[in-house]
Design a protein around this ligand. Sequence first.
Ligand SMILES: Cc1ncc(COP(=O)(O)O)c(C=O)c1O
Length: 478
Amino acid sequence: MIDTMWTPELLEGPAPKFRALADAIGRAIASGGLAPGDQLPPVRDLAWRLKISPGAVARGYKLAIERGQLSAGVGRGTFVRASDAPEAAGPRPAGPDSAPPAPPHASWLEMANNCVPEVGQDAEIRKAMIKLASDPRSALRLTTYGGRDWDFAERETYARWISEVAGMEASPDRLIITSGAQQALHIALRTAVPTRDGVVLTGVLSHPGFVEMTTMLGLRTEPVAMDDQGVIPAAFDEACRRHSPDAIILTPTYHNPTASVLPVRRRVEISAIAQARGVAVIEDDVYGWLESSHPPHFAQLYPEGSYYIAGISKCLAAGLRVGGLIAPQHKAAAAARCLRVLNYHTSTPMTALLAEMISSGAADRILRAVRAEAAARAVLARETLGQWGLRAPDAANFAWLPLGAKWRSNDFAMRALNAGVRVAVDESYCLPRHAAPDHLRGVRLAFGPAPDREILAEGLGRLKSILQEGPAASAMIS
Ligand SMILES: Cc1ncc(COP(=O)(O)O)c(C=O)c1O
């Protein structure tokens, strides 16, 4: 595929421009922004676009060729190198979290796309669809607009399920059914943050969907320092002092990508700081539903300033595109208005389908099966990679592999790609113009896309071999 319009984003920092360009090429290949066979822009074009010298671009390309990422031929141009194993490249992904899984193949293993494992959802969803479609009394409302006056029964069912699964009382009056957690985030930001000069904080590594959303909305996004337990309360307080933010976005349970769980004490401290400083907390709990114990939610600790985001993509099925938002009481009407402006309402058949699956017990059956499968996969991962400090909580469905100071994560990801395994690198989770701090260098491994545990074990084994071999001398961080 020809992609001569690709323009890399160079991280600011002490590294010379040519090295920053080679790193950006590695990042783009690892995250799927560039695919094997893509053509790089001509040196002069890219130099002009990046406002750097043609010499720096040429040196950057040369370094990427030395790293085995690009290939060049006289008069042909510069291309992303195809992997030695032809099938290792796999299909071109759309992004680290949204890419469709690669087809199961003996030698290609997808571990970047963070989806839920297949545990029989398909059959359960089809059954619920057939039941709804064949019952003339079902509330599909296919030819009229639905909305707030009409979906009370579905909201009541969904709110009851949130109360049970998330361990938090949810009122149907304040619940908005959205098209996925990503739309709930959009509405929360629109409701909590002014459109002009709005400032949002989030962890120094964050789900790319957060940053893409805040950037698209024209909001300034600032990072908050994290350690292996998540966002550090004192760093949040300091960031509030420096940036006067309107909101902070957090994923307290199974933070994406580090899989950390924010301890209860930190939740309490962060709530108190947010309350004292009048900062809204947007809690994204898409992974929290995989966990059967329930640490307190921000909506319980700081109800007047917290937005709770629910989702089913990580515990049931992403394709249904259903999620939920519970806004603070005094913001509930504004949030409902926002949904109306964006979308009128969420698809009535999808809303009815989720309600049907909750009422029939199918949603609970799937959730139990996903939790059990996630736990088995986590055990497998810890057995294989535990000695390298893998953080693989029982229910998360993904794990964080710290690479520390020894490896460049892009080099590890390229080695993995050449071995037929696609992983997600730390830099895909960095805020614009920020790099991953040393203690948060690593890659995220998603366990969901593997069709079965045997194939997952095969992929984990390949990563183990790479770790055992260690970084090539030229790729080591000096
Ligand atoms: C932290 C987090 N929030 C939200 C989403 C998107 O959820 P949904 O599919 O419900 O929009 C993702 C997807 O990867 C995610 O990792």
